[in-house]
Design a protein around this ligand. Sequence first.
Ligand code: FAD
Length: 562
Amino acid sequence: MTSGAGPARPQLEFSSRSRSSILAEIARAPLDLLVIGGGINGAGIAREAILRGLRVGLVDKGDFASGTSSRSSRLIHGGFRYLELGDLRLVFSACQERDLLRRRLAPHLVRPVPFLFPVYHSDRRGLAAVIVGLWLYDLLAAFRNIKRHKRLSRLATLELEPKLRAEGLQGAGYYYDCWTDDARLTLETLLSAWSEGALVCNYVVVSGFHRRGGRIDRVTLRDVVRDELLEVQARVVVNAAGPWVDTVRTLDDPNAMPVVRRTKGVHAVLPRNRVGNHGAVVVRSPSDGRVMFVIPWGDQTLVGTTDTDYDGSPDTVRAERADIDYLLDAVNHCFPEARLDVDDVVSAYAGLRPLVASGARANAGEPSMASREEAIIVSPSGLISLAGGKLTTYRRIAVSVVEKVISELRRREGDRRRFPRSRSNAKPLLGAKVTGSTQRLAVPLAASDQEHLTGRYGSRIADLMGLLEGRQTLREPLAPPAADLRGEVRIAAKTEMAVCVEDVLRRRLHVGLKNPSQGVDVVADVVGLMGEALGWDDDRRKAEEAAYRSEVVEERRGWERR
Ligand code: FAD
């Protein structure tokens, strides 16, 4: 199993059935590095660290990507908008990472999408200024983007998007970025780290630090599933807890200064035939002129995002009615025939940006004007905390964090080992070996299902097909219009460490976001499939079904019409 530079690990399944063995292995011997948080940043750090030969463990207090990393706009982008903030360095680096992910690391998960950027006479910047910006955007990508941008006339713009508001339209810019499945990219980065020997476990909370000579050397973990405590030794600890970074910092030092500014971003999933968009469109809010995205997602359209400061607990962040109204106003303004109201919303989700709180610009002014750069902070106890960052730049951030980890190991621990150079930019993620639908699969499948499966699992699907064999019903759709198949529930349970129904419906698959009932209609079926795969008894099955139903009700409570 272990193929990289990382230390050998016993053969274990990446399944919730192996959790006790994984945790025992984490506790068996000191880790070089314990990563707190299984979002995209923690996942990238674990992968980078194992590729550089460290003994690494990673835990997340909930499911992988259950924080911000499943609640983004899902763009792998240079960040055209950040040119306005003067963040040229960030845009340059993000363009490089976008191209690396698209071409080499995860082409099955990171797909090019053309964006239409309509410009109106009333906009603060006219078409000429937007086109200059797009030239700069192409330049910062070293002209290696999918295609160069185009300038479109008013007529050509309306030909592409006939339902777009025509009044006052000047024309549009047309440029390329990429789209991904954020939770899937996180999961696959973790699977890649795991396949190299990293020890990874979800539903494990870091609940305390212990020091020797003023420096953290042990950490208390609580296994949420079994409600058990365990203590692990770690030479270095990285806090990649996203919006919870400051909570973790106060576990280490109750007087620690906050390093993160949390801003809330809400997305809504709407029926595409009602919005009327053909492709991805950049829209502006009629109330404050903020830029947002309208992105086609199968039969649905994803619209977002808002950007407001948030002081509450990250555990209870929810979409509110005001957030949804703001998004619907923008869609109805830009697509006047849409006339959508809250009853048309299929689903909505809220996430928190863990922006850097230090520095003059980040602490003041509009949230959307705050920098998206990252900061790496080392506490006197040795705890390394990460603030800021983007989904897009996670690999580059991981390289910097692990460089810091290695220098701390050398400086503080007198570590004399020779660590191999970083090669995370050269090694594709686990499913990236073969792309597209060119693989011959052992089980006969409709072309659309084959495309769907290879688009999600990449080359891994060849190994996973066995789980779809036997019963034809496993190859039937779980809950249209989402393309997910029933057998994918088995895949999630047996090979992707899904612990509960929400892990499957909300993050491994798309039913929880794209299906009008958000999966409530099929929860009994999902419980049956998971229960069979994981050996659940009747009580567990009942509890899982009830928990998912009440989670959906709770999520919708904040914005639904009552
Ligand atoms: P998270 O994903 O939140 O992960 C932190 C993890 O730490 C969580 O899973 C949590 O459970 C765990 N944790 C917390 N405390 C503990 C503890 N005590 N013990 C164990 N585990 C713990 N970026 C882009 O590049 N493109 C986009 O289109 C984009 N859109 C965005 C839209 C919105 C609305 C938002 C909010 C962000 C967007 N971003 C985007 C930014 C990007 O999503 C985030 O920067 C990124 O997901 C942050 O990942 P993370 O790993 O730092 O945090």
